[in-house]
Design a protein around this ligand. Structure first.
Ligand code: ATP
Length: 418
């Protein structure tokens, strides 16, 4: 194997604060004689000159003990935040020039799958690095970069990930990979779309075989959800199209609604992104185009709120004739009232012709509020009762329809209606 040092790439792509933190780890490892490596996604991204802020280190030994050594060597700079005894992993944080650098430390481990689709079982902790890399998903994610002083930045690439990165190829490590863990199918989709890479021919055939076998009864839906979320949140039409056309949806159901025009979703998301909340729920807008069955959503371990967004889009779609026939601003308001913006965009994906009305609601109508309240009606001498709701609703209707706008106009309107 040719020795390859990625010193230039490391210096270019790792931020200075992270470099300082890694130097602390390196010093500690040197003193204790422990081999440590950057591993997985961060190495892949160093090679292809992309920024990656998930600092994953694998420790050939016990990562919790190593974390303790780093903390003791750099008190005031390094804090041990979390440990997980069964897998011997730890999270440490470095205070570098008042910036926190988070670092995940894992012990090298050998794994096996008791049955297809199950979570892997740990066979050995602190094993040789080779055992740790061959449990991974793709060659491009199975590289390690030495952090030890003697060979700092030497690439450890037992499975030719470097070459595959150069050729833009995603390749599994063994024929049973997808059967062992079908979430890798969605990971393959995610990396393929995100990096613009192709699945190697054999890998593609293995994926098809796995999807055709339908062997995912014991399958961990929660992990599929996380991967699918990341894939669809890329907001790339290709992701949904391939999810459908390459039968990847079979991981979550035997059938789904087919959807031809994923490009429209991308356009809608880009256009209305500012109306969405801080949490990136783009994936739910894509899923709204293909999911209607609550059982499928359960299979995918979607939360109540996530299901409500997708079901909300389906409910709007059911009654869409009301919107088609809506003539007034208030009819549009009533149609969408209380719908989550993501549900509205999911609905719009299926009904792009109704964009003007949906856009009007999202940008303007839904923000309509009254100056007056029940208290104002009491101040006007009215007694609380069922009429209150009706009066306020009628005032809101007039306001949404643009007939009134100021406080005085609202009060005048109520007086007319009493
Ligand atoms: P991203 O840039 O999307 O975060 P990543 O490769 O860093 O990608 P993680 O999900 O953080 O993704 O996983 C870290 C590493 O763990 C991967 O690079 C891979 O080596 C390994 N890994 C993750 N998921 C699996 C899996 N399902 N099977 C095998 N190895 C996996």
């Amino acid at each position: 194997m040719t020795k390859r040092f990625l010193t230039g790439e490391y210096n270019r792509n790792i931020p200075d604060a992270v470099k300082k933190a890694l130097l602390f780890c390196s010093e500690t490892a040197g003193k204790a004689g422990i081999p440590i490596f950057l591993i997985g996604g961060i190495v892949r991204d160093i090679v292809i000159n992309q920024k990656n802020f998930d600092v994953d280190i694998t420790v050939q030994g016990n990562a919790i003990e190593f974390a303790g050594l780093v903390r003791d060597s750099y008190p005031g700079i390094c804090e041990l935040r979390e440990t997980h005894q069964p897998f011997k992993t730890a999270k440490i944080c470095f205070n570098i020039d008042n910036e926190w650098v988070k670092t995940d430390l894992a012990s090298t481990r050998k794994e096996s799958y008791p049955y297809p689709g199950s979570l892997p079982e740990v066979e050995e902790i602190g094993c040789e690095l080779y055992e740790d890399v061959i449990r991974r998903d793709f060659t491009i994610n199975a590289m390690a970069l030495s952090l030890n002083r003697g060979n700092f930045c030497e690439l450890v690439d037992c499975l030719n990930g470097y070459e595959d990165l150069g050729r833009g190829i995603i390749r599994v490590l063994h024929p049973n990979s997808f059967i062992d863990d079908p979430t890798r199918i969605i990971r393959a989709l995610k990396f393929s779309v995100r990096l613009g890479y192709k699945l190697d021919k054999k890998t593609h055939a293995l994926m098809r075989q796995c999807l055709d076998s339908g062997r995912f009864d014991n399958f961990a839906g929660e992990r599929v959800k996380l991967e699918l979320k990341q894939a669809l949140n890329l907001n790339r039409a290709e992701c949904l199209t391939r999810f459908i056309n390459e039968n990847i949806y079979r991981l979550i159901d035997t059938d789904i609604s087919h959807f031809e025009n994923a490009g429209i979703i991308k356009k809608i998301v880009n256009e209305y992104r500012d109306f969405l909340g801080t949490e990136d729920n783009t994936w739910l807008i894509y899923l709204s185009a293909i999911l209607e069955n609550p059982e499928t959503m359960e299979n995918l371990y979607m939360s109540g709120k996530e299901q409500a967004i997708v079901l909300g889009a389906a409910a709007l779609n059911e009654k869409k004739d009301l919107l088609i026939n809506a003539l007034t601003r208030f009819e549009i308001y009533e149609f969408f009232e209380n719908s989550e913006p993501e549900s509205i965009l999911g609905f719009l994906a299926k009904n792009p012709g109704l964009e003007d009305k949906a856009g009007l609601y999202l940008s303007e109508l839904r923000h309509t509020t009254l100056h007056i309240s029940g208290d104002s009606l009491i101040d006007m001498g009215l007694r609380p009762g069922p009429d209150f709701g009706r009066l306020l609703r009628e005032t809101l209707k007039a306001k949404v329809n643009g007939e009134i706008s100021t406080l005085e106009e609202e009060i005048g309107f109520v007086k007319l209606k009493i």
